[in-house]
Design a protein around this ligand. Sequence first.
Ligand code: 6GU
Length: 225
Amino acid sequence: MRIDILSVLPEMIEGAIHSSILKRAQEKGLAEFHLHNLRDYSTDKHRRVDDYPFGGEAGMVMQIEPIDRVVSLLKSERDYDEVIFTTPDGEQFSQSLANELSLYRNIIILCGHYKGVDYRVREHLVTREVSIGDYVLTGGELAAAVIADAVVRVIPGVIGDEQSALSDSFQDNLLAPPVYTRPAEYKGWKVPDVLLSGHERKISEWRMEQSMERTQRLRPDLLKR
Ligand code: 6GU
């Protein structure tokens, strides 16, 4: 899968795509990231990509031209399955959307700046608008990094033990059960006996009970879906 990310601050995303799992996905040839600085597509001698809004409101607006230039160039090179725009008024990102996007070959993620992008970009260039939650970030860069991370880690082969992506919290609308490792006792704080019992059926029953109890207590909304 190839992900092209368009941004005025690509360095904000750099760290995420060089983190261990996403880096390994790239080394294995399962994912490719291409960061594009929108300023490189400005026609202005000062590399400006924004201008004053028509109608005279406060704040600057990102212009359509640099965005259209890079989107057109990319589309001339390959077909894209989706042009995603990150914005707090988009559809809510979820595990199921991450799973769906992970099946695509090529996607573009355009990092939005809320209120700040010429609306024709959304009307004519973008195919999907995505928010990562009900709060406002200074820009869409961190949201793009979140989306890219969640999508790439569910591509088969990216996570060593494929089971582990499938048993994540949210894959089945249940929170994951607690996990422990050695030592079995630390400062008198003990690992639950059942996990040391070697009794497979009891262990899997305990995990399911824990998942149900934690979901009921912490995220009862998940059980109603
Ligand atoms: Cl996608 N962008 C911004 N700026 N803020 C957000 C968001 C996106 N999702 C939640 N808050």
